[in-house]
Design a protein around this ligand. Sequence first.
Ligand code: GDP
Ligand code: MG
Length: 346
Amino acid sequence: MGLFSRKKKPEPEETPPEPQAEEPAPGNGEKKGMLAKLTRAISRTRMVLNRRVLGAVGLGQKIDDEILEKLEEAMIEADFGVETSDFLMGVLRGAWKNGRIETTSDILPFLRVDLKQRLTHRGNALRFAPKSPTVILVVGVNGAGKTTSVARLAWYLEKTGHHTVLAAADTFRAAAVEQLKTWSERIGCEIVTGPEKADPASVAHKAAERALEIGADVLLVDTAGRLHTQKNLMDELRKIRNACAAKKIEGAPHETILVLDATTGQNAVVQAEMFKQAAEVTGLFLAKLDGTAKGGAVLSINEKVEVPVKFVGLGEKLEDIQPFDADQFVEALFDIESLSENQDAG
Ligand code: GDP
Ligand code: MG
């Protein structure tokens, strides 16, 4: 954290927005509503973990190699995906070897604590620059969900009291600029565009100027997904950085958010590696979590990419964004209370 401090109250992660709410601080009911949405999004993983995976070995069994093998088989049969199964089994084997779990009843309580720690130890809150504007660069491959996520972030930031300006720096396709323009009108925030095929850095430059002029808190920069070579990507990011520096916005970009399509599993991890080599990625936006039956992918992505998950996308609308809350996520994933119900039922 060091250099950065969170800007002001209300703090984003404590005040997740809700579409109908006029007030930035949600009440209990709204929090429950979002938890329900998240729970729905990952319900298949949850059901499967409880019912099929742990159901396969039963509770209260002394853990041994055979039980662990059974668990692994059950995970694979339940279509957890190789990465998630490998990851979870690695965690469990380690915990068993060093005596932290002894019976199958210890598994869920152990994972609940262990996974929360793994998901939170890098810090999930958006970092704000000490002096406005905070510049947030949004990167990722074509179709990952960048533009939608820029819009959702702007919506969320505005909702939580941060005056936001958008830079449509994906100038390769006119449609991308139009798409962001439409979003900005709905959100009611300013957008800076350039002519088609303009140098993205020139748009960033103009946007930085505008953000300073109107005293914006945040400048959100959408980028092109065509940066498939590392050199292009690095060049582009450098130019955008320089454009901000030329406007004396120190330390920009303060966040480089990589948008990953959560439905793509291992592919998302590969993309993350490429982007990490080209830029200092400071946070992940996991889009399309609603579209995946494998909510567990969040765990393996978090572990492999070693960059904190900061937001998740749960649909195509503006309000389908949630600051990543590891507690909620893990509770929803394991839904410990329903384990006995599921076992009774099945
Ligand atoms: P970009 O090329 O990276 O800018 O991607 P876009 O923002 O244009 O999104 C590509 C497609 O994914 C669009 O159809 C979006 O509506 C869709 N999309 C983005 N985020 C989500 C999400 O969280 N859930 C779902 N279901 N669809 C999403
Ligand atoms: Mg786009």
